[in-house]
Design a protein around this ligand. Structure first.
Ligand code: FAD
Ligand code: NAD
Length: 164
């Protein structure tokens, strides 16, 4: 299949949206963030996740250098932040970081994960960075969704909200 057909097909897999972050030092000036939906829960014991980062993305070299990354799972009202960290909009005033275990995470997100890279696997034009979750935090709320190349909201009306 050609890349456009891959995108058409795989865009039918509905996902949440994350911002992956990393920092080369303790200050905000060293933070880099990037929007990613190729995020997966991998293992509970040990607690592992993975992110798939394009080799040509600046983020790929940065994660390789720092060996740490954060994952912020975005809330339903954070589409502008998602566009900002994909380079498709300029919304610097919306960007606020909270630090957990030396990793920056986005304020207003539903979930924060602070991870240390355990393995990085080359995979075609991307690299899979497996991370051990060192600390996590979560809140209740509506998630931001990505489906067929568009942002969506999850309609929770008339359903159990599923928050445990
Ligand atoms: P840049 O393009 O240089 O930076 C990204 C943007 O973030 C820039 O606008 C920059 O100004 C801003 N930024 C970075 N750090 C900061 C900071 N500290 N403070 C304020 N602003 C900052 N690509 C993948 O590789 N994997 C995926 O899973 C993936 N999923 C995506 C899902 C969606 C819904 C979208 C829209 C895009 C996705 N992308 C994914 C594409 C990826 O987000 C873009 O290609 C992105 O621009 C690559 O970022 P970069 O690391 O090359 O850095
Ligand atoms: P789109 O229609 O390109 O995305 C639909 C689906 O295709 C995505 O959910 C993903 O599964 C897949 N996909 C798209 N681009 C990919 C890539 N370069 N590598 C691997 N899988 C990819 O959505 P869009 O609104 O046109 O996306 C905006 C930008 O963000 C585009 O430049 C797109 O390439 C990029 N993006 C990259 C990834 C990724 O690298 N995994 C995922 C989503 C979007």
């Amino acid at each position: 299949p050609t890349p456009p057909r891959m995108r058409k097909a795989l865009g039918r897999f509905a996902s949440g949206v994350t911002i992956v972050t990393t920092a080369e030092g303790p200050g905000e000036e060293s933070v880099h963030g990037m929007t990613a939906n190729a995020f997966t829960s991998v293992s509970l014991d040990p607690p592992l996740v993975l992110v798939s980062i394009a080799n040509r993305a600046r983020m790929n070299d940065k994660i390789t250098e720092t060996g740490r990354y954060g994952v912020s799972i975005l809330a339903g009202d954070q589409e502008p932040l998602s566009l900002h960290f994909a380079g498709a909009a300029h919304e610097p005033d919306l960007v606020r970081f909270t630090w957990r275990r030396g990793v920056p995470l986005l304020d207003g997100a539903l979930v924060h994960l602070s991870c240390t890279v355990t393995d990085s696997h080359p995979a075609g034009d991307h690299t899979l960075h497996v991370g051990q979750v060192e600390e996590l935090w979560y809140d209740n709320g509506r998630p931001l969704l990505f489906y067929t190349g568009s942002f969506r909201a999850l309609d929770l009306q008339g359903t159990s909200d599923g928050w445990g």
